[in-house]
Each structure stands twice: as structure tokens, then as C-alpha cells.
Write a protein that binds this ligand. Sequence first.
Ligand SMILES: Cc1ncc(COP(=O)(O)O)c(C=O)c1O
Length: 390
Amino acid sequence: MSLFNKEYSSENNFAKSNPNYLNSMFGTTDVMPLWIADMDFKVAEPISNELKRLVDRGIYAYEFNAQDVFSAIANWNFKRRDLSLDPDAFVQVPSVLSGISLLIRELSEINDAVLIQTPVYHQFNKLIATAKRRVIENPLKIVGGNYEMDFEDLELKLERENVKLILLCNPHNPVGRVWNKKEMQRLIQLADKYDVRIISDEIHSDIIYSKIKFNSIASIDKLKKHIAVIGSPAKTFGMHSISNGYLYIHDKHTHKQFKSLVDSMYLDHGNVFSTYATIAAYTKGEDWVNEFIVHLEKSNKWIKDFIQTELPEVKMFNPEGTYQIWLDFSRLDLSDDGLKYLLIHKAKLALTPGSWFGGSHSQFMRINIASPFAKIQEAFYQLKRAVKEE
Ligand SMILES: Cc1ncc(COP(=O)(O)O)c(C=O)c1O
């Protein structure tokens, strides 16, 4: 049986199924947890083998291997996307979010504005607000049933709001867009015009569906001024609780500035389990990722067909990447509380509420499909039964 057809996640400590979390967020534990963006699968065998080797080794003396990780990430990007990266332009940080948080503090001042494109990964708001910067929203717009960037609104905000940074999500969590080359070029052109730095969070960039091309900011930014969070194995390989984060800062001056900040806080040592697991992932995990994407595409196709034929009341935004699907329930014409009741108590599903992602998205939900196919099918059967009973 394929690795991706088995259910593994059952321990109470996993955030996704932790009864305390479920109770506090959904008021019950009697729900199928499909909310937080992680996966129900075991990591690829080369990763487990590497972790076992370290356990057996039993010696954990100081050990610094970041440079080997940078080379592994650079090789991975060259092989999979034909993207040449300079291993010396990376900086290791404890996690993607801690890296972005430090970047915001280092590259802007208190009360400066940082722009985000809502609906977007909810921690972005917190990262900016807790750094005492102003959050400026440049909402995405829906055109012909798909999300696009609103460049007119973006330019207006860049002009008027003293924006210092744009925090880009590419691929975009939760709407699943993978920004195309034209969109990236236009975004960069506007950022350069207003002298604004882009921090591009590319944590989901290995989960890209057929016929879609991922354009890292590092491949488009001719002036090499913008910053990519490129290559965190967390989402790709299911290493959420054991992975460091990797920033790519090609501008030498900024790289030096940021590296000395990280050095001064001793944040770049890296955990050795994470380091070796990451090297194993990027050097020996390719077949596993390819199989995982095939699995996700099968689930995606099934969901799309199911919604079309059985659940036309729900609108699905076809993802181009990520294992999240963004669903619009507004056609059900329920109140926000009514929708919550239907999903939690009738469909018995714990989905991520759209209201987390900014803007007015209380009629939207994000579902995480990185689970066995049968579980995803069951979730949609439960949803259909609940909707039809309404
Ligand atoms: C866009 C995005 N960035 C960052 C993270 C979290 O990264 P980390 O756990 O390395 O801080 C997530 C997790 O869902 C995410 O979706």
C-alpha cells in the first residue's frame, strides 16, 4: 500500500488532533481535523534513516553544517527548477516565521507599513503587528472565478502608506495561486518604483501542480534586491516540528547586515537533527515528493469533480500549488454562526476558518488535503450529507 494511503497521525500531542486545541477552537473533539497545514504521512525513508543514524550515534557534540544544507537546497533548486542559487547567499534561522520576524525588524522601523495580500496566512498579520509595524492590506481580487493581485490598489497603497516591505506568499496560502511570471514582474516593478523590499515566503513552493511553473523571486529579481524564504523542508517533506528555516538574501550588504544580527543572537547554529534530515530530504527525497504530488493531484481532481456534480453549493478555488484548498460557502446563504454549526456539528469537520486570513472571509474555509485519499473522500461525504440536510 502506498505511503500516502495510510493514516499515521494519531498521537494526542500533534497540534492537528490535540483534544485541547480542538476543544478550544471548535468546542468539541468530535470532528475530523483538517485545519493546520501539516500532513498525516510519515516522512520519506531516507529522512527517518538519517534520524535513526543520529540517535544510534549517541554523540551530539557541537556541530555546524549549515553550508552543506545550503548546497543541498541550491542543488535541489537547480535540478527541479533550473534555478541557480548562490550557496553563500543563504542564512539559517530557527524557522521561517522567526526569520521573517527578524527581517521585518531589521529592514523597517516602528510604525512603518508592511503590506500583505489578503486573504493570506494569518501569522503574517501577527508578525507585523507584534513588531509594531502597521499592517496594510492589498486584498486579492476574484476575476473570472480566480484570485489575482489587485495592482491598482497595490500602487495606491505603495504611494500613500509609507510601505517599507511587501510580505508576499508564493505559492499563496490559502488561495493556492502560484504567481506567474508576468504577475511577479509587475509586482517587482512596482516595488522597485517605490523603493519597497519584497520578502517572498516560498515555503510551499515544492508543492506545485502539473502545467504550473513556480517563479521564485530569486529567478525574476534582476536587481537582486528582494529576499526569498526559499527552501524550508517543513511543508514539502512533512518536517514541521523538526525543521530550520532558510533565507536567501542575494544583496551582499543586506546579507552581511542580517547575518550579523542572527550571529549576535546565536540563532544560526541549527539543530543537528534538522540539519541532517534536511540534507537527506533534499538529496534523497525527490521520488517521495513526486509521489506525494501525484497523490495530491488525484485528491484534487476527485474533489473538483465531486463538488461539481454533488455539491455545487460550494465553490472551490482550484489550487495551482500547496495542499490547501480554499472553499467558499456563501451560496449556502447561512449566517456566520450557521455555517460554523453546519461544519462543526453536522459535517463534523475541523477546517481553518476563513476569518483567520484577514479581510471579510467568514464564509470561506481552508481545508488541508495532505491526508489519505479515503479520509478526504469521507470528509466531503460528511460535508455533502450536512449541506443536503440544511
Ligand atoms: C506561508 C507560510 N509561512 C510559514 C509557515 C510556518 O513556517 P515555520 O513553521 O517554519 O515557521 C507556514 C505554515 O503553515 C506557512 O503556510
